[in-house]
Design a protein around this ligand. Sequence first.
Ligand code: S5P
Length: 361
Amino acid sequence: ATLTQTFAERAEKATHPLTRYLFRLMELKQSNLCLSADVTTARGLLAIADKVGPYIVVLKTHYDLISGWDYNPQTGTGAKLAALARKHGFLIFEDRKFVDIGKTVQMQYTAGTARIIDWAHITNANIDAGKDMVRALAEAAAKWKGRRHCEVKTSVTVGALDEDGTVNGVSPSHVEPLEEQIRPVSPERDADGRKGSIVSITTVTQSFEHAGASGHADDAESVFPGIEEAPADRGLLLLAQMSSKGCLMTREYTQACVEAARDHRDFVMGFVSQEALNSADDDAFIHMTPGCKLPPPGEEDKPIDGDGLGQQYNTPDKLIKGAGTDIVIVGRGILEAADPVSEAERYRKRAWKAYLGRLGK
Ligand code: S5P
């Protein structure tokens, strides 16, 4: 049923607020294109996001292959990307492919240097380690949502560290700190911050209003005036199938992804897959598909070679009309073109035409 429904109809039926928003965005921008922004510098990432923004509905990142990523939560690369997402109307998808025990993925998702949850509307997971980690990520997202309106309270204290690790004269905070940094301020006395050394403690007890969470009026005006603000939700895609040669994901694994998605409709938006999955009659989910490339203009009949490192490519027509997926994810097809902007527009048109073809229009 899903395959013959318009994105507008599916916007009405999807259960996840971000999926509903994404389907509406797709109709509005007439785009079912995701740019895989695999560039190597933060500056390059922001530049391509700004240029290609009008043609895409999702921008996919791999933050860990980018040099010069600025981790400042309010002014850094994530916050700047989020501002571009509001300006152009696209969602940010950090292609992190989480796979670990639940507790570890929670921490990787919400903490550390990158704080993915703060700026990426969407991330993804490989559920090889078992589907409980989906629940773990869902819980982390729910907790994040609950505290996104809080103000940041940073207190810096200077004191002497006791043997048991407490600081003289500092009463323990009644709020569990999100972040605590203990830095020796007198390194010549004791660089490790051991007993007796003077330390400065920075404690962040509340989360700030996340930069990626909502829109602000001071943002540059969008080229698509009808675009609403993205809901302050977070979503997950399950990595159900891969494009690469010799991929070891079995049918059983893929089916387990469908089941895990159904178990977590409030958090799972859909799948990264090569085809519409068994859930195709289930309106709730969206399918995004990498391994997409067009032959160069004028050479339409030529087969598209892989990249020699296992990647395999299909055309938007084959993926969207043939295999029933919804969004094509394109990296090098656009990034390595002489003119990435006009190439993005060419992919947008082709992918949209394939969608209209699927509807029989
Ligand atoms: O099955 C997959 C899943 C993903 S997320 N195959 C993929 O290629 N990807 C990602 O899509 C991959 O990590 C890369 O970022 C992008 C494809 O890039 P391209 O340059 O080959 O289009």
